[in-house]
Design a protein around this ligand. Structure first.
Ligand code: NZQ
Ligand code: ZN
Length: 390
């Protein structure tokens, strides 16, 4: 194992009924004015809003609502939330939703108390947070990003056409509630997209040095097998609590920094997807599904032994009678088949991107990962986008 320092400050409540049982007690540690933040209204349809508001009311909290946080949250929405938080002198933010709501609220928790421009000082470039953000708590309603137990927040600056994420330990939520029954109402399209995002986070971490046998990769292999199993079971029966609760924790485990310990991490596909998203507002997990197999066909030879391990240990590919190249490629093809099996798009065309002429500009705007087995150039990213087209 390589050296590492580990910290994770989020207190986690996991399981059926946890909100009803512990939210009130947890909220008693914070001030009276709570900003209740959520997305486009799914929580009003599935009963989560009513459950949370009832708890807030019985605790005597003054509730300020901030709704309409969109998928791929924008910097403009962050500023709107920060303005409201300042005007109403909010004591803490309670984010109820998926990655978009959680990320937007992390950025609001900074912007509400920071005098300067948080985009310039903390997203456009990495900054140092030497002040206390507004306290943030989250209630997760969809498994995918793992934002609940890290300091990561991905924000889109529409004017600059940049979608980018930063992970600050100061932005970890103080607490996270995860009740998988809240995810039963997630539409299939979003469930598989979130599920693939989990797999992507694990692969982006796994396919990087160190490549010696190590605890982080061992955990990653178990998690990848779990995500594949639990996604299949959740598609069969969306109310399979065992599958949905496993998926929820796999999502958290993929992004709570544990499997990244001692790893360089790649995240080149995420860099590419984020810029695709900045230009087209495409769905995050779907964009990743299109990119991963094509990207891996470009890099597998540079991390051959790891791709062989992936094929045999994650997909159960038999090595018999095959060269290492063939085993590794069979693993990548198993991944591509799985993407089709669960109904995710395999081409940019299927993702709804029909204008090929924007691909060069998008490719040129992508960050280059320093953790990839093969360092990309903007030209090769452009080639990957073209191969993804159809
Ligand atoms: O807005 P509402 O009405 O709530 O509907 C949402 C939204 O339409 C719906 N949904 C959520 N929970 C539901 C539900 N529908 C029915 N029942 C429920 N229980 O799902 C849709 C998608 O929600 P969203 O939060 O946008 O999805 P996700 O969790 O995939 O988050 C995506 C965002 O997170 C970023 C992505 O780039 C994207 O901006 N990421 C954040 C990361 C992080 N903070 O660590 C890492 C990721 O790699 C990712 O980049
Ligand atoms: Zn992701």
């Amino acid at each position: 194992m390589n050296n590492f320092i580990f910290e994770n400050a989020t207190k986690t409540y996991f399981g059926k009924g946890c909100v009803k049982e512990y939210l009130s007690e947890e909220l008693s540690k914070y001030g009276n004015t709570i900003m209740l933040a959520y997305g486009g209204g799914s929580i009003k349809k599935n009963g989560v809003y009513d459950e949370v508001v009832k708890i807030l009311q019985s605790a005597g909290k003054n509730v300020i609502e901030f709704s309409g946080i969109m998928s791929n949250p924008t910097y403009a929405k962050v500023q709107q939330g920060a303005k409201l938080a300042r005007e109403k002198q909010v004591d803490m933010i309670l984010a109820v939703g998926g990655g978009s709501v959680m990320d937007c609220c992390k950025a609001i928790s900074l912007a509400a108390v920071y005098k300067g421009d948080i985009w310039e000082d903390f997203w456009e470039r990495a900054g140092i947070i030497n002040f206390k953000p507004l306290p943030l708590g989250v209630i997760v309603t969809v498994a995918g990003t793992g934002s609940e137990m890290n300091g990561g927040a991905v924000i889109t600056n529409e004017d600059k056409k940049i979608k980018t994420g930063r992970d600050y330990t100061a932005c970890n939520a103080r607490f996270a509630f995860m009740d998988a029954t809240y995810t039963f109402s997630v539409p299939k399209k979003q469930m598989v997209s979130g599920g693939f995002d989990i797999l992507s986070h694990i692969m982006e971490t796994y396919f990087s040095t160190c490549d010696d046998e190590n605890v982080s990769d061992d955990i990653s292999e178990a998690l990848m097998r779990g995500v594949i199993r639990d996604l299949r079971a959740s598609i069969q029966n969306p109310e399979d609590y065992s599958a949905r609760s496993n998926l929820m924790w796999e999502s958290t485990m993929a992004e709570n920094r544990i499997i990244k310990l001692g790893k360089k991490c790649d995240f080149q596909c995420h860099q590419m997807e984020h810029q695709l998203g900045a230009y087209t507002n495409c769905n995050h997990g779907e964009g990743l599904a299109v990119l991963h197999p094509v990207y891996y066909r470009h890099i597998y030879q540079y991390g051959l032994k790891k791709f062989v391990r992936f094929a045999t240990r994650v997909w159960g590919i038999s090595p018999e009678g095959k060269t290492e190249q063939e085993i590794a490629l069979a693993g990548v093809e198993a991944l591509a088949d799985f993407i089709k099996e669960i109904g995710l798009p395999s081409t940019l065309h299927e993702l709804g991107i029909n204008d090929k002429s924007i691909l060069k500009e998008i490719a040129d705007s992508c960050n280059i990962s320093i953790g990839s087995y093969k360092k990309m150039t903007h030209q090769e990213i452009f080639t990957i986008f073209e191969e993804c087209f159809e």
